[in-house]
Design a protein around this ligand. Structure first.
Ligand SMILES: *Cc1c(COP(=O)(O)O)cnc(C)c1O
Length: 864
């Protein structure tokens, strides 16, 4: 068995992963290592590896859903033998394996930049992971983001392991019937046929057990290899469990609240147990969305069992936890009734009866009386972040009450904008262009914008050729998908045949694909069918739309959207020009984001925390046409796509009206004319494609994102976590005791005798000089038993900044002695403030051991 160093370094762990049960069958020696390749998701972002598998049997490759493990299992010996004799195949195989070995062994960005931080260990917990269509344990953006995060972590050499759930039936398969209704189907997967392997301990598949609502549940542990990193996947389908418990991990986002809380316990509590069983003790735990927050309770329990006092245990947990929130509306957060939490976590509470109330209050939302997973994560994570600048702002507003009376701008939730894995999402033909025209380091140093300037020298003809090919691929793919759908729905021969003429590879093609959640407003473009009809049917300048997306089986309004779009797609004027494809997945996403001309995105602002499909499109020269929400608010620069509507706030109805108008206006006056304004090669359009790739690729990739997480979150957190536990939890104890002391004595802090000496020095200034428009403020602070050095005394005022008022904070300096626990403080601020209360003074506790400024939500202020 490998120890945790092996796991993180990603090389020697192979002996802890079970062999393929069909290994005995043996591959011919010349191509023996194909099995190793099939069980490492590295293949999913390496086109030559994918092509190698495809070329073994193109028909089967497609029929088996691009699953290399099944492909190897199903190919017969003579076929394998023939391939091993085929010199071309064997040569390509050698090349791929050479690249694979080089990749696995090269030092990454992390070891070059953080040589001194070799003991950082990160565990990344997420309820879903989207790596490749052959491993269906994702539903949408959150999962793809997690998958892309792991891929870039591997590329960069990060010491990171993933923890997730293995869903027996994955997420549902979507079919659209002849009436446009979504049918959801679930198939049990055979885990032996997926690119994952059991984790072994003493020659047995590793299991861990945990208590859920009074029952002991056994969990099987699997691992997916993702380049150099491992992702541990938990599965409750074990013979020791009863049928209900076996089905706990049957479906992603299936079932009711009971299923949900149990799944989240398996993920969080079971996940920590898996790490322990493998001897892994991370110093950074990343909670990717609230689903995984129970991990903090398992860690709390471990520390309490070691004998740490509760408040010290919480500080220790917090020092090593980081939390990424993805949900910009309170209603989107996972909540459970307190009664449910008491029931499901009963075992924990009977072990720790003294701490029951304290544990519950870590997740309690006092307003609703519910146990809220986001609150739990907020209270137990030292660092928290949203997933775009705008979403950071929205989250700071949303969690204002967590930190007492402070301005939203100061709420300690930062933002790290999402990205996508460039190598996964960029079409091979584009990558070939980059290889030819960009510096050789464009891939490794993709977040360096200078790498991308050379995009200018790529001839327009080459770009257009690549783009047109990808569009033709998409049209072919879409026609096939529609024909299969109609055949299955038993439609007439004529209806099936007419699909051959659907979609025009020369027409301006607009794509819209994502989950059919109502806030994404998939039907917005249909608000004025008459106007749209004219655009679509203009014989000189035709426009066509491709839609795709699943609605959650319990989301009936979402399913209505699918029916509505389907109905419109069947109207005579739209037939073959508006199409909706079934079963959106990673495979289809690749065709769409690589093959359309324009990527449409029109959510209700600000409900799209980031959005990532537009980033995938951008890397392929597809132009974004999007509401200024999520990542696009910061990505749009006026030249790299189009913005729908304004960035202002408005109610939903007003937004809908404004956005609809903007969509038609931009289509009619800018997008369509630009696309059609030249002959064979639309140079101006291609110019915009270049602006898009050049400005967006260096920023909205997961290398940049993972580097940000490393620099701003992981490394500082690992340092704090190590500091906190050193010398028998010395710093954790000091911080916890300090907080306790401050909490119980803070009420004695008082602000007194404020003096506001306006323009004191003005009279000394000669008349021809502009008087210094400042004023001096002093105040007497009474500290009680609190040491003044443990506080910051600040003056706060608002300064005009364009249209808005911005909060300014100035630290006040002590003047004079500390006498009878009181001291005078002084600061200078501009004196021309005319609006509102001119300023306020506040005192807050500080400590160099705090992860952020408001760890204690105690602020004494002259304003409340
Ligand atoms: C990228 C992706 C998403 C996320 O799309 P958004 O535009 O961020 O909503 C969802 N599903 C699949 C299959 C994807 O590839």
């Amino acid at each position: 068995m490998g120890n945790y160093d092996d796991v993180y370094k990603g090389r020697e762990y192979s002996d802890m992963i079970a062999a393929d049960p069909q290994e005995a069958k043996g591959l011919p020696q010349a191509i023996e290592r194909l099995r190793e390749l099939a069980f490492n998701l590295w293949f999913s972002w390496n086109h030559d590896a994918l092509q190698l598998f495809e070329s073994m049997d193109p028909g089967r490759w497609k029929a088996l859903g691009h699953n290399p493990v099944r492909l190897l299992h199903e190919l017969e010996d003579p076929q394998l033998e023939a391939l091993s004799q085929n010199t071309d195949f064997v040569e390509r195989y050698r090349q791929v394996m050479l690249r694979f070995d080089t990749y696995m062994n090269e030092p990454g960005w992390y070891s070059t930049n953080y040589a001194a931080e070799a003991s950082v260990q990160i565990a990344y917990f997420s309820a879903e992971f989207g790596f490749h269509e052959s491993l269906p344990i994702y539903s949408g953006g959150l999962g793809i983001l997690a998958g892309d995060h792991i891929k870039s972590s591997s590329d960069l050499g990060l010491p990171l392991a993933g923890v997730g759930l293995l869903y027996k039936k994955g997420y549902f398969t979507q079919k659209i019937d002849a009436s446009g209704s979504q049918q959801s189907e679930l198939f049990p997967y055979d885990f032996e046929q997926l690119p994952i392997r059991p984790v072994l301990q003493n020659d047995q598949q590793l299991t861990v057990s945990l208590d859920i609502s009074g029952r002991t549940i056994t969990v099987l542990v699997w691992a997916a290899k993702v380049g150099r990193n491992l992702v541990f996947l938990l599965d409750t389908d074990h013979e020791a469990n009863n049928d209900t418990d076996k089905a706990l991990t049957a479906q992603l986002y299936g079932g009711n609240q009971d299923m949900r809380i149990a799944q989240e316990m398996v993920l969080g509590i079971g996940g920590v147990k898996v790490l322990r069983a493998l001897g892994i003790y991370p110093n950074v735990y990343h909670i990717n969305e609230g689903h995984a927050a129970f991990l903090t309770l398992e860690r709390l329990k471990e520390l309490l069992h070691l004998g740490l006092p509760f408040h010290v245990a919480v500080e220790t947990v917090r020092s090593a936890t980081v939390f990424t929130t993805h949900t910009p509306v309170p209603a989107g957060h996972d909540t459970f009734s307190v009664g449910m939490v008491e029931h499901y976590l009963g075992h924990l509470f009977s072990e720790l009866p003294k701490h029951k109330q304290s544990i519950i209050s870590l997740g309690l939302d006092h307003k609703s009386g519910q146990f809220n997973m986001t609150h739990l994560a907020m209270n137990t994570a030292g660092l928290r972040n949203g997933v775009s600048k705008l979403h950071g702002q929205v989250s700071r507003e949303m969690f204002k009450e967590f930190h007492g009376h402070i301005d939203a701008s100061e709420v300690p939730i930062s933002s790290i904008t999402n990205g996508v894995h460039l190598d996964t999402w960029t079409a091979p033909a584009w990558k070939e262009l980059f290889d030819r025209f960009l510096p050789g380091t464009w891939r490794a140093e993709q977040s360096n914008e200078h790498q991308w300037a050379q995009i200018e020298v790529i001839p327009d003809e080459s770009i257009w050729k690549v783009h047109q090919h990808l569009k033709e691929d998409l049209v072919r793919y879409a026609r096939n998908s529609l024909m299969e759908q109609r055949k299955r729905n038993g439609e007439s021969e004529e209806r099936i045949e007419e699909v051959r003429h659907y979609l025009n590879p020369k027409a301006l093609t607009i794509g819209f694909a994502r989950r059919f959640a109502t806030y994404k407003r998939a039907n917005l473009i249909f608000n004025d069918l008459y106007r749209l009809k004219k655009l679509i049917n203009n014989p000189e300048r035709p426009v066509q739309f491709i839609f795709a997306g699943k609605a959650h089986p319990a989301d009936y309004p979402g399913q209505d959207l699918i029916r509505e779009i389907y109905r419109i797609s069947q109207l005579k004027e739209f037939l073959g020009k508006v199409v909706i494809l079934e079963n959106y997945d990673i495979n289809m996403a690749r065709y769409l984001v690589q093959g359309v001309d324009v990527w449409l995105n029109n959510p209700r602002r600000p409900l799209e925390a980031s959005g990532t499909s537009g980033q995938k499109a951008a890397m392929n020269g597809v132009l974004n046409f999007s509401v200024l929400d999520g990542w696009w608010e910061e990505g749009y620069n006026g030249m790299n796509g189009w913005a729908i509507g304004s960035a202002g706030a408005a109610d939903w109805a007003a937004q809908e009206k404004e956005n609809t108008k903007a969509i038609y206006h931009l289509l009619e006056n800018e997008i369509i004319p630009l696309y059609y304004n030249q002959g064979e090669i639309p140079h101006q359009w291609i110019g915009r494609m270049k602006r898009s790739v050049q400005s967006l690729s260096p920023v909205y990739n997961t290398h940049r994102m993972v580097q940000d997480y490393t620099n701003l979150s992981y490394v500082p957190t690992a340092k704090r976590a190590r500091l906190f536990v050193a010398d028998n939890y010395d710093v954790a104890t000091k911080v916890a005791d300090y907080k306790q002391f401050i909490r119980s004595n803070w009420h004695q802090v008082r602000i007194m005798n404020i003096d506001d000496h306006a323009d004191k020095s003005t009279s000394d200034v000669p008349l021809d000089e502009i008087p210094p428009s400042t004023k001096e403020i002093t105040a007497q602070i009474h500290f009680g038993p609190i040491w003044p050095q443990d506080t910051a005394v600040e003056v706060i005022y608002y300064a005009e900044n364009g249209e808005t008022w911005e909060q300014k904070i100035i630290l006040m300096a002590p003047i004079g002695e500390l006498i009878e626990q009181s001291q005078r403080f002084q600061a200078t601020i501009p004196s021309h403030l005319v609006h509102g209360p001119h300023f306020s003074i506040r005192v807050r506790p500080i400590s160099t051991n705090f992860a952020h400024s408001f760890e204690l939500s105690l602020v004494t202020s002259t304003l409340s």
